[in-house]
Every structure is written in structure tokens, then in C-alpha cells.
Design a protein around this ligand. Structure first.
Ligand code: MSP
Length: 513
């Protein structure tokens, strides 16, 4: 289980189980999957954690309104999430549920530690509470209508005895942490937002509830359950066995990155590291917040009925078209608009035209000129230098972008090389070489194209793994794609002597509008 390899631990948020998976959940999870596959390709020991957030009033309320037991609802929804992730090709290493006993024990262990360290105290809480968001707001945070600043629904005045977490004690340590590690929060706009938030002063946080029952009991006062966010955040350490504090925990903690949406940044970049510091544990290395997907009608919401169901998109177009679109369309960190029109344009231009055509036309030529067989030749022709150099340098270029999770820019690098290969065919005009009987040169040109495709194939494999497998099997490789490593992806001349390329249907047929 544990090795000497460099470890890479990444997480998604735990998704609430009061509704089925939507595009926002699918986005973070596909991004995380791509990153996990990328680091595995680099030979690292990856641990990819995802799962479901199953406690809290929202979930309890949803079960009541459906007339089912809360446990039944959470069991059913956890299965539904797993099912969707399977269809999207998600290769998580662990799927954690906050109702698991190991998680419950871990939450109680951590809270007791924070309590013993003097950072949890009893008090009275009065405040404006937003039930859907399970959050108290201060008057200053709301405008006159007393609606929740996040979801814009009305809040209600609640008063209860509560336990508090001394968040206020962590403003200075958090600022120091950020100063030492300016990449602690990415992108930079979010970092600035967090710094000003901390500088405005941090209030202590009510972390217990008594008005409902669906939650983890406070270990030192069983009349209370733990606030759902305090419970859920702890998954990031319970998922790597903080309970036993053994080899797994030592290997993977602190996490390399928590991937989240921008709306939950304060929980992750302020409250969570403060909780860890209060328990004497190390904070995560990075929080990376992505933007929000809107759609043609603006913000997606159940009430507007414009929520995009990722499964519908996958059923209609296929999983790699979905993955490619969401990874390529917008720079990671920014908001974007999800429309069918944009998806079709992107698919036709990049997948059907650039990549699909490159394979198809070169396969057809090879079939005609040499019965689909390649001859391995390492070209030193001056006209090939640029193409070979760009292909060989591609892994390094992709790596530069992936170091800052710029999925879209990494794909752009790959597609530039694909574009170069298409131009190379136009310039070299293999049909002319064939006609004029320049067979040696023709062999060289054809080998260059397919060797470039081999490198491209390895580099696209974390993003669109199904397509990469298919491409790999078509271009006549003798070993499997799974055995390829990042380190030797760019070595020129790996396609075997007399590899046979198979010409089949286009990889991506054009989508007619
Ligand atoms: N349960 C909490 C997270 C606890 S993590 C310890 C939660 N769950 S959620 O299901 O409501 O949201 C999960 C993620 O989905 C968030 O990161 C949120 O940003 C993301 N998205 C929800 N709608 C979205 C879009 N329309 N677009 C992109 N991501 C969005 O919050």
C-alpha cells in the first residue's frame, strides 16, 4: 500500500445527498480525476478521495419531504453518486461517506482534541440562520431584507445554547501561513478575497446544534450534534485514516490540493486550516477554487428548471466529449457558460476535425501506400526538425500548465501540436511523394505523423481516457497504454518497427446541428 514513490493526495468536496449529481459536482470530480490520472502517469503514488456529505438539517428535511427514513435516503443517494462517477470514468481511490463509523469516530477524536487544547467553549448563540445553507449570518453580512447572502432566501432569528470554536484566535496564524505559502489559495483573486476576509476580523463559530438529530454527537455533551460543516471537513483526514495515525496518514497528509468551487472557499481556506492548527495538525498544501457553470438562462437552479444533468449530456454525446468540453472550454478558476451550441462547436472543431481527421486521413493514406504498415525510420531531414522538436517537448509544456492546474491551457498545448501535424501533412503532401516514387521519404513522413500521435495519445490520456485507449489500439503499439510513463512519453522513435495501423470509423463523427 505505501511505497517510496512521491505521494499526491487530492480531494473533491463531499457532495450533499439531498439531490442528484449535477454539472457542478461532475465538474469538480472530472477535474480531480484528470489530475489524479495525470499524477499517476508521472509515476506518483496518488490518493484520490471523494464522497458524500450525509448529515445535517438539509438532508434530514429532504428525507422527511420524501417520506423515507434518512438512512434510506443517504444510502440510495450515495449509490447514485457512485453510479454517475462510474459512468464518467472517475478513478477515485476512496469514496467516503460521513455516516461511516470510521468517519464518525474520527470527527469525535478531532473535536475532543480541539476541546482539550482549549479552542472549544460553551456559550449562547443568537443569530440569523439560513436553513438551506446551514449557516448563521450577522446583520452586517446581510442587507435589509435579511436574506442569506449566498442563496438569497430568507433567514430566521434563532437562539440556542451552543459550543463555539475559537476561530478568532487563528487570524494571525492564518495570515502567517498565507505569507509563507502564497499559493495556499489559488487562483490569486480568491487568495486576495480570503486575506481581506481574515483582516476584517474572525468571529468564533458555533459548531453544535440541538434543534434536530441527524448528525454526529458532540463527544463531551451528548445533548448536541456537531455542525455539519465541522463534521464534513474532517473527511479529508478521516479518508486517510487519521483515526489510527499510522502509515497511510503519514504518507498522504497534508493533502496536496483540495479542489472546491468558489462558493465554499471560506470553509476550506479559513475554518478548515484553523481547525487543524487548533488540533496541532498541519494544514493542507493548497486550496484551489474553480468557477461556476451557468447556462443559457443564467444561474442554474432547481426552481428555474435549467440544471444540467451530466448524465443526459453523456448519454447524448459520450463521456469524452463531455470531459473534453468542460476541461477545455474555460480556464480553470473562471466561470463559464454550458450550452449545447458551445459543446458542439468545440467537439466538431477540436475532436472531429483536428484530432479525428488527423488520424483518419493519415490512416487512409497509410493503407493506400503501404498496406497500413509503418516503417520505423528516425528522420534527420531538416523539414522534420520543428515537428519532432515540438512533439518531443510536448510533455514538458503540458507539465508547466498542469503544475498550476491549467487544464485548458495544457489541452491547448496538445492541440497546437495536433495542428502542426495537420499542417505538416499539407506541406509534405505524401500523395506527391507516393506518385513520384520517393518511398523512403514517404516512410519517414508517415512514421513521423504516427509517432507524434503516439506522444499526443499519452498526453491526452488523463483528460479523455477512453479516446486515448482507442487511439492507442489503432496506431499499432505493441505494449499497453497503461504501461506508459510521463518520463519516456516524449522519447522519439518508440512506435515499433512495422507497426500496423488500423483504419476504422472516425474517432469523433461531426455532430450535425
Ligand atoms: N457538502 C458541501 C461540501 C462539503 S466539503 C467538506 C457542499 N456540497 S454541494 O453538493 O452543495 O456542492 C459541492 C460542490 O459543487 C461545491 O464545490 C460547489 O462549488 C459545486 N457546484 C455547485 N453548483 C455549481 C455550478 N453550477 N458550477 C460549478 N460548481 C458548482 O457544498
Amino acid at each position: 500500500m505505501t511505497t517510496d514513490k512521491k505521494s499526491y493526495y487530492l480531494t473533491t468536496p463531499l457532495y450533499y445527498v439531498n439531490g442528484k449529481p449535477h454539472i457542478g459536482h461532475a465538474y469538480t470530480t472530472v477535474v480531480a480525476d484528470t489530475l489524479a490520472r495525470y499524477h499517476r502517469l508521472k509515476g506518483e503514488d496518488v490518493f484520490f478521495l471523494t464522497g458524500t456529505d450525509e448529515h445535517g438539517q438539509k438532508v434530514e428535511g429532504e428525507a422527511r419531504s420524501r417520506g423515507v427514513k434518512t438512512q434510506e435516503l443517504v444510502d440510495e443517494m450515495a449509490l447514485e453518486f457512485k453510479d454517475v462517477w462510474q459512468k464518467l470514468g472517475i478513478t477515485f481511490d476512496r469514496f467516503i461517506r460521513t455516516t461511516e463509523s470510521a468517519h464518525i469516530d474520527t470527527v469525535q477524536k478531532l473535536i475532543r482534541k480541539i476541546y482539550d487544547n482549549g479552542y472549544i467553549y460553551p456559550g449562547d448563540y443568537q443569530g440569523w440562520y439560513c436553513t438551506p445553507c446551514e449557516t448563521y449570518w450577522t446583520e452586517e453580512q446581510m442587507d435589509e431584507g435579511k436574506v442569506c447572502p449566498d442563496c438569497k432566501r430568507p433567514t430566521a432569528m434563532l437562539s440556542e445554547k451552543s459550543y463555539f470554536f475559537k476561530l478568532s484566535a487563528f487570524a494571525e496564524p492564518l495570515l502567517r501561513l498565507i505569507e509563507k505559502n502564497p499559493n495556499f489559495v489559488r487562483p490569486a483573486t480568491r487568495l486576495n478575497e480570503i486575506v481581506s476576509f481574515i483582516k476584517m476580523g474572525l468571529n468564533d463559530l458555533s459548531i453544535s446544534r440541538s434543534s434536530f438529530e441527524w448528525g454526529i454527537p458532540v463527544p463531551f455533551d451528548e445533548d448536541y450534534i456537531i455542525y455539519v460543516w465541522f463534521d464534513a471537513l474532517i473527511n479529508y483526514i478521516s479518508g486517510v485514516d487519521y483515526l489510527n495515525e499510522g502509515d497511510v496518514f503519514k504518507k498522504y497528509w497534508p493533502a496536496d490540493v483540495h479542489l472546491i468551487g468558489k462558493d465554499i472557499i471560506k470553509f476550506h481556506a479559513v475554518i478548515w486550516p484553523a481547525m487543524l492548527m487548533a488540533a496541532g495538525l498541519e494544514p493542507p498544501k493548497q486550496i484551489y477554487a474553480h468557477g461556476w457553470w451557468t447556462t443559457a438562462g443564467g444561474k442554474m437552479s432547481k426552481s428555474r428548471g435549467n440544471v444540467i444533468d451530466p448524465m443526459n449530456v453523456v448519454d447524448e454525446y459520450g463521456v469524452d466529449i463531455f470531459r473534453y468540453f468542460i476541461l477545455r472550454e474555460i480556464p480553470f478558476g473562471l466561470d463559464g457558460s454550458f450550452t449545447k451550441e458551445a459543446l458542439i462547436l468545440r467537439t466538431n472543431a477540436d475532436l472531429a476535425n483536428d484530432l479525428g481527421n488527423l488520424l483518419h486521413r493519415s490512416g487512409a493514406m497509410l493503407k493506400k501506400y503501404s498496406a497500413s504498415r509503418l516503417t520505423r525510420t528516425i528522420s534527420s531531414h531538416p523539414d522534420d526538425r520543428e515537428l519532432i522538436k515540438r512533439a518531443v517537448n510536448l510533455p514538458g509544456k503540458v507539465d508547466e500548465k498542469m503544475a498550476d492546474l491549467q487544464f485548458s491551457l495544457a489541452l491547448k498545448e496538445i492541440w497546437e501540436v495536433i495542428g502542426l501535424a495537420n499542417k505538416y501533412i499539407d506541406t509534405m503532401a505524401p500523395w506527391k511523394l507516393f506518385k513520384s516514387g520517393q518511398h523512403d521519404r514517404l516512410d519517414e513522413v508517415m512514421y513521423n505523423i504516427f509517432e507524434l500521435l503516439r506522444i499526443v495519445c499519452i498526453m491526452i490520456s488523463p483528460f479523455i481516457p477512453g479516446t486515448a485507449e482507442e487511439l492507442w489500439s489503432r496506431i499499432g503499439n505493441s505494449d499497453s497504454l497503461a504501461k506508459q510513463t510521463f518520463a519516456n512519453a516524449g522519447e522519439w522513435g518508440k512506435l515499433p518497427y512495422s507497426a500496423t495501423v488500423s483504419v476504422k470509423d472516425p474517432l469523433f463523427p461531426r455532430i450535425e446541428v
